[in-house]
Design a protein around this ligand. Structure first.
Ligand SMILES: *[C@@H]1O[C@H](CO)[C@@H](O)[C@H](O)[C@H]1NC(C)=O
Ligand SMILES: *[C@@H]1O[C@H](CO)[C@@H](O)[C@H](O)[C@H]1NC(C)=O
Ligand SMILES: *[C@@H]1O[C@H](CO)[C@@H](O)[C@H](O)[C@H]1NC(C)=O
Ligand SMILES: *[C@@H]1O[C@H](CO)[C@@H](O)[C@H](O)[C@H]1NC(C)=O
Ligand SMILES: *[C@@H]1O[C@H](CO)[C@@H](O)[C@H](O)[C@H]1NC(C)=O
Ligand SMILES: *[C@@H]1O[C@H](CO)[C@@H](O)[C@H](O)[C@H]1NC(C)=O
Ligand SMILES: *[C@@H]1O[C@H](CO)[C@@H](O)[C@H](O)[C@H]1NC(C)=O
Ligand SMILES: *[C@@H]1O[C@H](CO)[C@@H](O)[C@H](O)[C@H]1NC(C)=O
Length: 766
């Protein structure tokens, strides 16, 4: 006979070695379920009638797709056994769309089940087919074959991480959609064939006995909430059942399933059924694993025997005759996946000694899939995910960034090394509408070799934006400060210009190794050396009215960015720079303060800039400010670490907070101090250390002059008379608070931002 199965039609049991029989007792664990009704409005949930499990909206598990209701004619269809089939989430226009199930235990075994009921939700009346991926591994092809029947697929997997993704992949045969998604933790002794590199995809899970198709066994009868669908061919098989509890091994089905069985109506006949393999494009010849469950449900007379063989295609599947125990489940299973066969004729026949016909209580069949592909390096994933969120990159960035190769994110290049996870080597986020500060997360992608910014507003020189890595592993932090120039630095404006200093050039040496970087920090270069380093200023990384930033390499191969201020631009813009209005200066101050606040507050872990100074504030043509030069950027190790001790003082003389210079106590208040110095420069147009007549720092200089009660003595001559006096006083006040000796007396950057906003209002109101 051929059985009719609504979903994956037929199944297999194959002959071969490794068949095991187990007995034992186990206690299942029911915690940690995730039950999602896909397409349910955000924040809604309900308790399922049958299982009493709470189903929640999928809004918190995916940021892709749209909610749809199935069409009205199907809403009240009796085959809609559960609420969750009344709506779907569909994913038009996306190649891969993913759900992320998190808070899992790495190394643990889970059952993941997805259900699909089309119900003509899109009004097209066209049944789609699409692929389902388990993280970066192919799970199955979902080929929807009926409009109003729920179809389900399930995989048993051992997760590597504390999360797992379920992704729907458009294969050109219709728009992927999903109705429900469940995750259930399984005990480690269940389904021993599943491990980190091999998953089990359900072919069928059957409870022999009842002829009523509605008598599905699920939670709480099955503590793991597996779905056991009834199977009986009424004219061939008779049901036998008991109300007594049936015990068994952990691996055996729950009592509710084992309490029913079937036996041939004609006692001299065998139990027979045929299963056909269900191939797909990834597994054209699937390899199956079977589990068959038996328990004697009748108390047999002393002279009675029930004993039988199980054969597949005429070959013994299990070498010994099977003699079920009374009210105790025995499970016979394949230890390993079987070689593929074209068809599986299953026959259960009584032995010659048997006085009773054979029985069968339950069967499960799985196909083995490989889950050997591993996802992108976890740190790279979190960094690029943060970057994605930060810039709201409008690209098809879903699922794993690098794997599988065919679905790697647009704009990323990855390295695939057999010995480890894929790594991100290259980020091309051109034309993605980037704006804002450089995300410190770029610094966290350790293998990044280059980053492109061909956006016309961000880089003036087309291909020259490309940065090539010279030294492997050492480029970690090299690329990052350069990135700052490429992305942000159309114009590298040194506010110092306001002071009309004559410096011709400066260099920012960078090395991937932070230790080396510190040693390099104080090195000075001659103009001739810079010519050598930059190969005669050949490669422009960024360019603006004040000069260009060039790519270069030190003798040891360390990549550097060289900021060179051209003579002409120096002269051409000098006057303009000097005439930056008070309002422009206030805006620059506010924008820089916001940048610092972002570093301190919006990032986790927070970052210290450590080298806040006017020359690290970059302006574009519209005088919009960005904080740049993250070369000395340092992350707090932990949230509860309030300060970071460093081995040596880095930063720039004149901007260093006293506690840092003296005791290497580094906190975000050290950045606040440096920012206070920047504010004073903006007000006064003076450098942080004044030379004439005697060396004096700008803080003392301002304090002394303000002591006479006249702000005019302090304000830069270029803006004197053209600034709101109240705003100027207020900024001076903020600056002096920022530069208080004791870190605790200094405001936070959040306070500073608020105060500066008020100053700007005052100025704009006047
Ligand atoms: C689906 O139907 C429900 C109940 O009628 C309604 O509240 C909801 O807005 C509908 N959702 C969509 C996406 O049409
Ligand atoms: C889906 O099933 C139909 C009918 O069985 C078959 O014709 C079609 O090729 C299948 N599509 C895919 C993508 O497997
Ligand atoms: C998982 O099981 C398969 C099949 O038994 C085996 O080949 C593989 O080595 C196992 N993997 C691990 C990580 O144990
Ligand atoms: C039972 O099966 C045997 C063997 O196939 C057959 O000879 C016999 O006629 C069957 N009996 C009935 C009542 O169908
Ligand atoms: C088993 O014993 C009972 C009596 O206790 C008898 O009625 C029955 O026929 C016997 N069955 C067999 C198969 O010998
Ligand atoms: C049951 O099947 C096995 C394997 O095909 C065979 O060896 C045996 O003779 C059969 N037993 C009966 C009673 O038909
Ligand atoms: C059948 O019964 C005989 C006598 O009890 C026994 O020797 C033989 O092993 C039994 N055969 C099977 C397959 O159990
Ligand atoms: C970066 O991406 C843009 C658009 O996506 C493309 O035009 C450009 O060629 C890419 N650059 C490189 C170097 O791959």
């Amino acid at each position: 006979m051929t059985a009719q199965l609504p979903w994956l039609l037929l199944f297999v049991l194959a002959a071969g070695g490794g068949v095991r029989q187990v007995r034992g007792q186990g206690a299942p664990d029911t915690t940690g379920f995730i039950s999602i009704d896909c397409g349910l409005p955000e924040k809604s949930s309900y308790v399922d009638d049958a299982t009493k499990l709470t189903y929640v909206s999928d809004a918190g598990f995916t940021d892709a797709g749209v909610n749809r209701n199935v069409s009205a004619e199907y809403i009240n269809n009796p085959s809609f056994v559960s609420n969750r089939n009344r709506n779907v989430r569909s994913f038009p226009g996306a190649t891969r769309s993913c759900y992320t199930l998190s808070s899992l235990t790495p190394g643990s075994k889970y059952l993941i089940r997805a259900t699909f009921l089309y119900g003509n939700y899109d009004g097209l009346g066209r049944l789609p087919a699409f692929d389902l991926h388990l993280g970066v591994n192919f799970w199955t092809t979902v080929n929807v074959t009926t409009i109003d029947q729920a179809e389900l697929t399930e995989v048993i997997t051992v997760v590597r991480d504390d999360f797992v993704q379920v992704c729907l992949v458009n294969t050109g045969s219709g728009t992927p959609f999903i109705s429900g998604l469940d995750l259930r933790p399984l005990g480690s002794s269940l389904y021993p064939q599943a491990n980190t590199t091999q998953g089990l995809v359900l072919y069928t899970r059957r409870n022999f006995g009842t002829t009523d198709p509605k008598q599905v066994v699920r939670y709480p009868d099955d503590p793991y909430d597996r779905v056991w669908t009834p199977w009986n061919v009424a004219d061939e098989w008779a049901e036998i059942s008991t109300t007594e509890k049936v015990g068994g091994a952990t691996i055996s089905p729950p009592s509710a399933v084992m309490q029913t069985a079937i036996t041939p109506r004609n006692a001299s006949k065998n139990i027979e059924f045929t299963l056909y393999p269900v191939p797909n494009h990834v597994y054209p010849a699937p390899r199956y694993i079977g589990l068959v469950h038996f328990a004697e449900l009748q108390r047999l007379a002393a002279n009675a025997t029930r004993q039988f063989y199980l054969t597949v295609n005429g070959k013994l599947w299990y070498a010994l005759p099977i003699k079920p125990d009374y009210l105790f489940a025995n499970t016979i299973y394949d230890k390993e996946a079987n070689d593929p066969l074209d068809v599986y004729h299953v026959s259960i026949n009584a032995t010659a000694n048997s006085t009773l016909p054979p029985i069968i209580n339950a069967i499960e069949v799985f196909s083995a899939i490989s889950t050997a592909n591993i996802g992108t390096d976890g740190q790279d994933v979190s960094a690029i995910t943060a970057i994605k969120a930060r810039y709201q990159v409008n690209k098809n960035w879903m699922g794993d960034p690098c794997a599988p190769k065919s679905l790697a994110w647009d704009g990323l290049s990855c390295s695939y090394d057999v010995s480890g996870p894929p790594r991100i080597t290259n980020v091309n986020i051109s034309y993605s509408g980037l704006n804002g500060d450089i995300s410190p997360y770029f610094a966290k992608i350790n293998t990044i070799e280059s980053l492109y910014g061909d956006n016309p507003n961000l880089c003036s020189n087309g291909n020259s934006c490309q940065i090539k890595k010279k030294k492997s592993n050492n480029a970690i932090y090299i690329a990052v400060p350069i990135v700052a120039f490429v992305l942000v630095g159309t114009l590298v404006l040194l506010l110092r210009l306001m002071r009309k200093k004559k410096a011709k050039s400066g260099v920012n040496p960078r090395n991937g190794n932070e230790h080396n970087m510190m040693q390099l920090e104080n090195r000075r270069f001659t103009y001739r050396e810079l010519e050598v380093i930059t190969n005669n200023f050949k490669r422009v990384l960024g360019k603006g009215g004040f000069g260009s930033v060039y790519d270069g390499f030190l003798e040891d191969g360390t990549q550097v960015a060289v900021k060179l201020r051209s003579q002409s631009s120096n002269q051409g813009r000098d006057g303009n720079a000097g005439s930056l209005s008070w309002r422009q200066r206030l805006r620059i101050a506010l924008e820089s303060a916001q940048g610092l606040e972002y570093l301190h507050k919006a990032c986790s872990p927070p970052f210290l800039h450590r080298d806040v100074k006017t020359s690290n504030i970059l302006l574009n043509a519209n005088h919009e400010a960005k904080i740049a030069d993250f070369g000395l950027l340092k992350a707090f190790q932990h949230d509860d670490d309030t300060h970071v001790s460093t081995v040596r003082v880095v930063g720039t003389h004149g901007y260093l907070a006293p506690e840092y210079a003296a005791a290497l106590q580094l906190t975000e208040k050290s950045d606040v101090y440096s920012f206070g110095v920047v504010l004073l420069e903006m007000i006064t147009g003076q450098p942080p250390i004044l030379r004439c007549p005697n060396p004096m720092n700008i803080i003392q200089w301002v304090q002394q002059r303000l002591a006479h009660g006249n702000i005019d003595n302090v304000v830069d001559i270029h803006i004197r008379g053209n600034c709101n006096v109240n705003a100027a006083w207020k900024v001076a006040d903020i600056a002096l608070k920022c530069t208080a000796q004791s870190p605790t007396q200094r405001p936070t950057m959040t306070d500073v931002v608020m105060q500066l906003q008020e100053c700007l209002k005052l100025e704009e109101g006047s």
